[in-house]
Design a protein around this ligand. Structure first.
Ligand SMILES: [Ca+2]
Length: 340
């Protein structure tokens, strides 16, 4: 019975229209791997790339994005600059982790592609209206551009099919004990995006940490010569060597996993939760605070103290990835980068 179903399932998958995505990025080494995974995957149709400051400055990020689309021979994809800084705080760049140019110190050839003249958040708004309920946003940097789009045109929210973002964690941070870097770099923007009211999937730090790309995975890339596989082999080698300095056998595939979930949601288990972003905590600014139970206690003042009189339901606003089929994802990644 199952055997009979398998060809049918493949036939459906093969004929499904590719998912239209806008890739919002702060490139970034794992952004580079995520972008190339998206460009090499027939399930996705990358309609635009919007650049946000994060791992590198806005200017360096735009240059990196343009060089990468040029390398992939995809000047047809609009690449737009967006925000120049987070909403309410100073930018924190991460050359320490990503190399001085954000791309593992790899000097790609100058881009043949030109930047799109439109402002990134405006491009998101424009494309959302032009293709209602068809665009999936895949932000893999701080959420500044997405928040600016929502603030400028809240009508965009019901027009977006869904948001699949890399950011946050429900079990501790990487910046510090509490916060993950994308959220920490613009907590107010993240809170706007999480509370906007659209279908949202959070692909966080803790689930990304379960997807370690190791030397054994990229050996296959060493044999598949092409501009993309050669570039990603070098990026991955840089990251794996960096991870080794921190006693990890491989490099976590944070941003690529968000693209992986856009390709195939069955790669992860993602229960619904209500997530808020802490914007004021002394130790916890930028933490994604997830309610796993779906309720909060209702405390009512009785004289000089409160009494719990029951619980109030809280509506989930996110699907939070908690488990991942890591080997299946890593195999998908390598095979796509190899171009097969
Ligand atoms: Ca990123």
């Amino acid at each position: 019975m199952l055997a009979a179903l398998v060809p049918m399932v493949f036939a459906i998958a093969a004929t499904a229209a590719p998912r239209k995505i806008i890739f919002d990025t702060d490139p970034g080494t794992d952004d580079a791997m995520a972008l190339m995974l998206a460009l090499n995957s027939p399930e996705l149709d990358v309609r635009a790339i919007t650049v946000v400051p994060g791992n590198v400055t806005a200017q360096q990020g735009l240059e990196n994005a343009l060089r990468m689309v040029s390398l992939a021979n995809r000047c047809d994809i609009p690449v737009a600059a967006g925000a120049q800084h987070p909403l309410f705080q100073k930018l924190i760049t991460a050359e320490f982790w990503h190399g001085r140019n954000g791309l593992a110190n790899i000097e790609l050839p100058p881009s043949k592609c030109k930047a799109d003249g439109r402002y990134g958040p405006d491009l998101i708004i424009e494309m959302g209206h032009a293709a209602p309920h068809e665009i999936t946003l895949v932000p893999v940097g701080p959420l500044t551009n997405i928040a600016l789009a929502v603030e400028k045109d809240p009508f965009i929210v019901p027009l977006v099919k869904e948001v699949i973002l890399m950011g946050g964690s429900i079990s501790g941070g990487n910046v510090n004990a509490a916060a993950e870097a994308n959220i920490y770099n613009d907590p107010e923007a993240a809170q706007i995006v999480f509370q906007a009211g659209w279908p949202l999937t959070m692909v966080g730090l803790d689930v990304g940490d379960k997807t370690l790309l190791e030397k054994k995975h990229i050996e296959q890339l060493a044999q598949a010569h092409g501009p993309i596989s050669d570039f990603i082999y070098k990026v991955a080698t840089f990251l794996i060597d960096l991870s080794a300095q921190f006693n990890s056998p491989g490099t976590p595939m944070y941003d690529p996993l968000a693209v992986g979930v856009a390709i195939d949601a069955t790669l992860v288990k993602a229960p619904a939760m209500h997530v808020d972003v802490e914007t004021r905590g002394e130790f916890t600014r930028g933490e994604t605070v997830a309610n796993r139970h779906g309720y909060i206690e209702r405390n009512v003042l009785h004289g000089d103290h409160y009494v719990i009189e029951g619980v109030d339901k809280v509506e989930p606003n996110a699907k939070v990835c908690v488990e991942v089929d890591a080997e299946r994802f890593l195999e998908l990644f390598v095979s796509r980068i190899r171009g097969r």
